[in-house]
Design a protein. Structure first.
Length: 106
């Protein structure tokens, strides 16, 4: 999607290799929160992991590992990891074992 018009005089338009890459923080500096969400999901529960700071590739890799370890499906959208079902305790334990600072949100 291309930028058509902006009123921001400080906007710096970069594309391709000029774009700033997001550096992934080491696991010990990540502060992740594990939530249970039922909104807009047809009554089904999903476990959300929020607070990851890093590249989309690293987030996708973490999501893939969590889905595999929990034995469920899920996805990575909008900087969040979604795991099907209520796996808050298991996900928080797995993240802590991987070296992340994880806490249960609700």
């Amino acid at each position: 999607m291309a930028l058509v018009y902006s009123t921001n005089p400080d906007l710096d338009i970069r594309s391709g290799e000029d774009a700033v890459k997001v550096e992934t923080l080491p696991p010990s500096r990540q502060k992740l929160t594990v939530y249970l969400d039922r909104r807009n999901r047809g009554g089904k529960s999903v476990t959300l992991v929020k607070g990851f700071v890093g590249s989309e590739e690293d987030l996708s890799d973490l999501g893939r590992r969590l889905k595999s370890r929990c034995g469920t499906g899920g996805s990575v959208k909008d900087g969040e990891i979604l795991i099907q079902g209520d796996c808050r305790d298991k996900v928080a334990t797995l993240l802590t074992d991987m070296g992340y600072v994880a806490k249960r949100g609700n």
